[in-house]
Write a new protein. Structure first.
Lengths: 278, 403
C-alpha cells in the first residue's frame, strides 16, 4: 500500500461503515427472528411480557403450537398448499426447463422478445394478474377450482425456472452436444444423458423457487380460489386482517424454518452446479 | 454452405420447438387473461344488451330537449320488463355511475309503472313517479351508459369525465382521487427505491470486498429474509410496530415516549414504507453485490496513490463502475414497488394505500370492474415501459435469483 493509500485508510470511517452495515443487517434479520420467541408467549399478546423477559417458566408455553397442530384449520391448509405448490412446480419445471434449453441454444430465433414474454409474469403487478385471471377462469367455468390455481401458480413460477436453468446453462459447452451427436446420439438421448444431468442442480433450484413462489402466494388465491382452496397464505391473510392470534406466530415460525431449509437446499445445489466442464 | 445453413435451420426449429410449450402456456394462461381485462376496460356491452329498444330510440333523439312520448313509452316498458326479470338492478348501478341518483330513479319508476300502467301519457306518468325524468341529464346518462365501446373508464381513472355534449371535462374536486393516488404511488416508489439504494450500497460493498467465507456468512443474513414468506415478514412488522408492539413497548420502558403518546408506526404510510423497504431491500443488495464483485479493489488503491481522496475515488472511480448494479437494482425495486399490493393492504391502514389497493377495491367492493380494468391498464403500461427500459439497460438474461 502506498503512503497515499494508507493516508486514505481511515479507521474511523471503516468502523462507521461496519456499524452501518451491521444496522442494515439487523434491520433485515431482526424482524424475521423476533416472531420466534414471541410464538412461545403464554399470553395472547404480541409483545414480550415481563415474565418472558425474566425467563419465568410459566410465561413461556407451547399452547399456540398445540392449537396449530390440533385445531382443524392449519393442517388442511398445509395439504392444500402442498397440492397446489407441487402441481404448479411440476408444470413450471417441465415447461421452464425445456424453454430454457431452447432459449440458450445459439440458433434460437427472436431470443430477446421470447425471453421478455416468458419472464413477464414475474414482473407484472400481482394484483393485475389476479384481476385478469379471476375474470378469465370464471368465464371458463374454472373459478374456485384447484385446476385454475395450479395453472395460475405454474405460470407465475415458470420464470424462476427459466432464469435458474438459464444460469446453469450459461456455462454450458455446446461442443458437448456436438460430441454426443458425433458419437451417434440423437438429440433426445443427448438431452437426457448429457445435458440434463449437467444442469440438474439448476433445474432443482428452479423447481424449489417455483414451489416456494406458490407456497407463499396469496393474491391470486384470494381472487380465484374458493372456500376449498384456503391455503396457508390465505389463512394467514385472514388471520392478519381479521383477528390476529398468536397462532399466526407459531405458523410463522414453521414457515421461517421452512425458508431456512429451502435456502440450505438451494445453497447445496449451487455447490453442485455445473461448473468444471466448460 | 447449404448444408450448414440447413443444419442451422433445423437447430433453430428444434430450439423453437423446445420453447413453444411454455410460450403457448404463458400466452393462454397469462397474456390472454390480461388482454381480456384490457378489452373489458373499454368494452362494456351490458347496458346495450339490456336496453336495446330504448337506446335505439335515444339514438335519434337530439339531446337538447326532452325525448318524445314514444321514447318515454319504449323506455318505460323496457324498464318494467327488465325489472320483472330482476335484471334492472345491474343496469341501474351502471347508469348511476354516470349520474348519481339514477339507481333509485330507475328502480322506483319501474315499480310504480308496473303497479299501474299509464292510461294516457307515459311521459307524464314517469315524471310524476320521479322528477328526474324531466331532466335531460338523466336521458343523456342512459344513452352514454349504453355505449358499447367507451373511453369512460380510462377518463375516470385519470379524474376526467365527459360533459353533456361529450366534451372532456375535469371531475369535480371531491371526485379527483386517482391522479393524486398515482402520483403518490410513484413518489413513494421513488422514495422506497432511494432508501433501498442508500441502505444497500454500503452493505453490498462490504459483501463484495470481504473475505469469501465471511461474505458468504453475511450473504446468508440477506438471503434468509429474502426466502422467508412475505406474509411472515408482514406479520413481524405488525408485531414490532403496532401500538402495543415491541418497539413502542421498548420506547415506553426506556422513557423515551410517554405511555399515552405511543407512536403510530403502522397502519399508515410509515408502516407501508418500512415494511416495503424491508421486503424489497434484497432485490437491491443482490444485483449491486454481483456487479461490485467484479470491480477490482486495486482501482480504489490506484486512485488513492494518484492522490485522490477517499470520496473522490469513490465518486469518480468506484461509483461509475458500479452503475450497472445501481441501475439493475433500482429499476427492479421501482418496478416491484409501484404495483405492490400485499404489504400496503395489510399494514397501510387508510392512509398508506397505493394504486394497487384501488384496483382491489373496485374488483372486490364497488364491483366497478371496468374502472378496475382501466386502472390496471394504466399500471400495466407503466410497468411495461419500465420493464422495457430494464431489458434495454440491464438485459433480462442478467436477471439472477438470490445472488
Amino acid at each position: 500500500m502506498s503512503a497515499a493509500a494508507r493516508r486514505n485508510h481511515n479507521p474511523l470511517r471503516g468502523w462507521l461503515h461496519r456499524c452501518f452495515c451491521a444496522a442494515v443487517l439487523i434491520f433485515l434479520v431482526a424482524p424475521v427472528l423476533v416472531v420466534i420467541p414471541l410464538s412461545f408467549n403464554a399470553e395472547p399478546y404480541f409483545t414480550f411480557t415481563e415474565g418472558m423477559l425474566r425467563l419465568e417458566a410459566d410465561a413461556w408455553s407451547l399452547r399456540w403450537y398445540q392449537n396449530v397442530l390440533g385445531e382443524g384449520r392449519w393442517l388442511p391448509a398445509l395439504g392444500k398448499s402442498l397440492l397446489i405448490g407441487s402441481g404448479a412446480a411440476l408444470i413450471a419445471t417441465t415447461l421452464g426447463t425445456l424453454a430454457a434449453i431452447g432459449l440458450n441454444s445459439p440458433a434460437m430465433p427472436g431470443r430477446g422478445a421470447v425471453m421478455a414474454l416468458l419472464i413477464s409474469p414475474m414482473v407484472t403487478p400481482i394484483i393485475i394478474t389476479a384481476a385478469g385471471m379471476s375474470f378469465f377462469y370464471s368465464d371458463l367455468g374454472l373459478g374456485q377450482t384447484y385446476t385454475a390455481l395450479i395453472l395460475a401458480h405454474a405460470v407465475l413460477g415458470a420464470p424462476f425456472v427459466v432464469i435458474s436453468v438459464s444460469a446453469s446453462l450459461s456455462g454450458y459447452n455446446h461442443d458437448l452436444n456436438r460430441a454426443a451427436a458425433n458419437l451417434g446420439a440423437d438429440w433426445w438421448t443427448t438431452l437426457r444423458r448429457v445435458q440434463l444431468p449437467l444442469i440438474a442442480p439448476g433445474v432443482f433450484t428452479g423447481a424449489l423457487f417455483a414451489f416456494a413462489a406458490s407456497f407463499d402466494e396469496v393474491v391470486v388465491v384470494l381472487f380465484i380460489g374458493g372456500p376449498d382452496q384456503r391455503t396457508i397464505p390465505r389463512e394467514m391473510w385472514s388471520g392478519i386482517r381479521e383477528q390476529i392470534s398468536p397462532e399466526i406466530l407459531a405458523v410463522a415460525t414453521f414457515l421461517i424454518a421452512f425458508a431456512v431449509l429451502l435456502l440450505a437446499a438451494v445453497n447445496w445445489l449451487r455447490q453442485r452446479d455445473y461448473a468444471g466442464v466448460s | 454452405m447449404a448444408i450448414a445453413l440447413k443444419r442451422w435451420n433445423r437447430q433453430a426449429l428444434g430450439a423453437a420447438l423446445l420453447v413453444a410449450p411454455l410460450a403457448i402456456f404463458v400466452a393462454v394462461t397469462f397474456v390472454a387473461p390480461l388482454a381480456a381485462m384490457l378489452v373489458r376496460s373499454v368494452y362494456q356491452p351490458a347496458v346495450a344488451e339490456a336496453l336495446p329498444e330504448t337506446l335505439a330510440a335515444l339514438a335519434e333523439w337530439d339531446g337538447d330537449s326532452l325525448p318524445d312520448e314514444e321514447t318515454f313509452r319504449i323506455a318505460g316498458a323496457e324498464f318494467v320488463a327488465l325489472d320483472e326479470r330482476r335484471a334492472l338492478g345491474s343496469v341501474a348501478t351502471r347508469v348511476n355511475r354516470l349520474q348519481s341518483g339514477m339507481r333509485s330513479t330507475l328502480l322506483g319508476t319501474a315499480r310504480s309503472l308496473a303497479a299501474e300502467t299509464p292510461a294516457a301519457s307515459w311521459r307524464e306518468a314517469m315524471i310524476a313517479a320521479d322528477a328526474d325524468w324531466g331532466a335531460i341529464e338523466s336521458w343523456l346518462a342512459i344513452r352514454r351508459a349504453g355505449e358499447v365501446i367507451t373511453p369512460r373508464y380510462y377518463l375516470n381513472a385519470l379524474d376526467l369525465d365527459r360533459g353533456g355534449a361529450g366534451e372532456i371535462v375535469v371531475q369535480p374536486e371531491d371526485r379527483r382521487i386517482y391522479v393524486s393516488l398515482l402520483l403518490r404511488t410513484l413518489l413513494i416508489s421513488i422514495a422506497i427505491t432511494g432508501i433501498c439504494l442508500l441502505l444497500a450500497y454500503p452493505l453490498a460493498w462490504l459483501l463484495a470486498h470481504a473475505r469469501p467465507r465471511r461474505a458468504g456468512l453475511l450473504l446468508l443474513l440477506v438471503l434468509v429474509p429474502f426466502w422467508t414468506s412475505l406474509l411472515v415478514r408482514t406479520t413481524s412488522w405488525i408485531v414490532l410496530l403496532q401500538n402495543q408492539g415491541v418497539i413502542n413497548d421498548l420506547l415506553v420502558t426506556l422513557g423515551i415516549v410517554a405511555e399515552q403518546q405511543r407512536l403510530a408506526l403502522i397502519y399508515n404510510m410509515t408502516g407501508t414504507i418500512v415494511a416495503m423497504v424491508h421486503v424489497l431491500l434484497p432485490f437491491m443488495i443482490l444485483p449491486l453485490y454481483s456487479i461490485m464483485r467484479t470491480i477490482p479493489e486495486r482501482h480504489m488503491q490506484a486512485a488513492a496513490s494518484l492522490g485522490a481522496s477517499h470520496w473522490q475515488a469513490l465518486r469518480r472511480v468506484y461509483w461509475p463502475q458500479s452503475l450497472p448494479g445501481v441501475a439493475a437494482g433500482s429499476l427492479l425495486v421501482f418496478i416491484l414497488s409501484i404495483g405492490y399490493y400485499i404489504t400496503p393492504a395489510l399494514v397501510g391502514g387508510r392512509t398508506g394505500q397505493l394504486i394497487s389497493s384501488m384496483i382491489a377495491y373496485h374488483m372486490e367492493q364497488s364491483l366497478n370492474w371496468g374502472l378496475a380494468a382501466a386502472l390496471g391498464g394504466i399500471l400495466l403500461l407503466l410497468v411495461g415501459t419500465l420493464f422495457f427500459i430494464y431489458d434495454r439497460l440491464v438485459g433480462i438474461d442478467r436477471m439472477r435469483l438470490g445472488g
